[in-house]
Design a protein around this ligand. Sequence first.
Ligand SMILES: [Zn+2]
Ligand SMILES: [Zn+2]
Length: 337
Amino acid sequence: MIAERKLKADIKEEEDGFRGANAEWRPREPVAYAPIFVWPPRPRDLIKWTFSYPGFLWPWNSVYLLVTVATWFYLQPSLERCAHFHPAWITQMFMRNLGLLWLISGGWHLLLYTLKLQGTKRKYDPNWPTLRAKRFLFDSQLWDNIFWSCVSGCTIWTAYEVAFMWAYANDLLPYADWVTNPVYCAVWLCLIPFWREFHFYWIHRAIHWKPLYRAVHYLHHKNVNPGPWSGLAMHPVEHLIYFSVLLIHWIVPSHPIHMLFNAQHTALTPAGGHHGFDGPVLNGKLPTGSYFHYLHHRHFHVNYGEATLPLDKIFGTFHDGLSDMEERPEAQPPVQD
Ligand SMILES: [Zn+2]
Ligand SMILES: [Zn+2]
């Protein structure tokens, strides 16, 4: 029975992708964009992409939305409490965020890298990350990544949320109410992942500007063979810029749930985008992993955004992963952009 299941998994792995001459695993289909902003329009594909599985809503955006709603109802200090800064509610939010980060990044790491449930099946880079490497803090990629994610990432993420909660509690921001404007609120919630991607593309291109790359973004790119904890392993200045995606709520009328969803999406989705596998769970049936962003970690000057909005395509920085892949650079971080 187990042997039969193993054989099926092997066949499915070969159907979904292959290993090239350099042993890198690639999905069989080249990286493709979601069917939005296409000419001529493909409304049927767009609807299918929005509602089918896997698609825009299912599973991940729905999962993260559920996390946000559960957070809001059960783990979020009330707005009245947030009207005055107090260590009690600020600590509550920090510990909650730290717990979420460990749940998602730690969870992927436990499954794929500690227990190695998947082995290197469907792993883009055939090698495991080097355990000890001088270029990392504590000479360890894992502990370096955990340090930057928790100490800097979680702190700056929480600081933004705290500032916004305080501002909402003191009526300083444009506010949208779910009872009086349910349609507006629902539409704006669905648009947040697009806004996130738009913002990420541009700040990402900005931090690849040589002086900023050398001072700030080099830290994230030390991870040429990334793992789940690499996602939020960034320099504090990059965290400040990365979470500035929330500043939109200064301008666009929002409910604190919009802000929370935006913040959690920003903080928690990178783990799935960096764990280095393609659909490792349920034999490829759970869509997780980002070959698109993996190519950015390999080639540095391509795929600054994500695979929904075709920004890389429009601005000439797109790489579909199938051409010239044999020119893979040596597995070490670039010293300069
Ligand atoms: Zn990355
Ligand atoms: Zn980059």
